[in-house]
Write a protein that binds this ligand. Sequence first.
Ligand SMILES: Cc1ncc(COP(=O)(O)O)c(C=O)c1O
Length: 448
Amino acid sequence: MTADPTATATPDTDWYDRDTRTIAGVEKLRFFPQVAATGHGTYLITPSGRQVLDLSASWTASGLGHGHPRIVEAVTAAMAAPPGASLLSGTHPHAVRLAEELLDLVPTTGRHRRVYLGHAGTDANDVALRAARHATGRRRIIAFEHGYHGGLGTSMAISGVHIDAGASPEPDLTLVPYPDPYRPWIDPDTLLADTMALVQRHLADGDVAAVIVEPIQSDGGVIVPPAGFLTRLRVLTRQYAALLVVDEVKVGLSRTGHLMAHHIEDVVPDIVTLGKALGGGLPLSAAIGPASALDTPAASALMTTIGNPVSCAAGLAVLDILRDGALAHAAQDRGAQLTEALRHYAASDRPGAAHIGDIRGRGLAIGVELVEAGTKTPDPVLAAKAVLAGWHLGIIAYPVRGNVIEVTPPLTITHDEVTTATHLLTEAIDWAALGHVTDDDIAPYSGW
Ligand SMILES: Cc1ncc(COP(=O)(O)O)c(C=O)c1O
């Protein structure tokens, strides 16, 4: 590749090398030598001053862009006069107001409802599942193959992505195939019906505390399920008195064009979990659900900084920004613009076009599936090469499920930035298809 990242030490490569020598973990989910010294809006800026368009939004944790002025203002004020740092043994207005607003914005079942405020999607899902087990007196969790719900504890042990990578599954776990219209696990004509029949069979076996589901399976490949999937899950879980936990950590908060991704169907879950974008770049998560589950010892997570006022102030600012629905509309418009431009590319005779197997998504949660030309065979090596090329060309986008490039930019991305982004992304796929990136170039990056 023309730009060999290790050829000469630059301020950017120097930081990356020092990270390698100091920051723990061999599997750091690195895809290219990404280093950012600062950021604003849709851009991250490297120490040497290079501006890179961030089409990941830090895996959606910077969902409203980097350094949104209203979040900066709220956080600065909260930090300057903090009412302590914890919710553990005393409350404060930021947490109470955030919980009230979440209860108002996110319908869930039950007359008496509560909000758990945590640090990350991982603990929100952990708490939700522990609470569901406690409330139902049952043990079994039904989750979906290749799903992602967290990186520790129960959340990790029910996540198909981790189990695929060798993690030990939770003993009382049943994994069911997610209904993937592009790669159906069964006859495409009966995909939804057969998936639901399978879920029903497992529910009927008994002892199921909860079914946990992503409304779009994100790290599993940005898979948009067929219409009616969530509605039918709701009907079945109600029939068997299991809790329906909808994990909105990645695609919630307006990314799909709806405040919650599951609002596309007329579904009221028992528990909804949120994270990532909720904190506007700070660690913050929530589980919203019935008091009968969340007001139990099983739902407590005694971590000192849960409900941290600065994070809660950021969360309040995020909800305030989303309130008028303008960013949900923008997500629809910019998502349509991005998808259309990518489809135009896929239909062209450019070098990478034949490698586009599928383009799918909703709003600004988009997946571009790369395959061997003219087949449906996944091409994860090509995807690894394309995202590395993308970094050198000036975009950040990561692959999920190996061969799917995930595009989840900040919801604040502009029309012109989408034009630039699609130009650079398609160029990167062309570079990879033309062999401008070698196996040696991608070898240093652990990926998933
Ligand atoms: C759907 C979903 N749930 C939960 C999580 C875990 O969130 P966190 O990494 O903030 O713990 C993720 C992270 O990617 C996710 O995509």
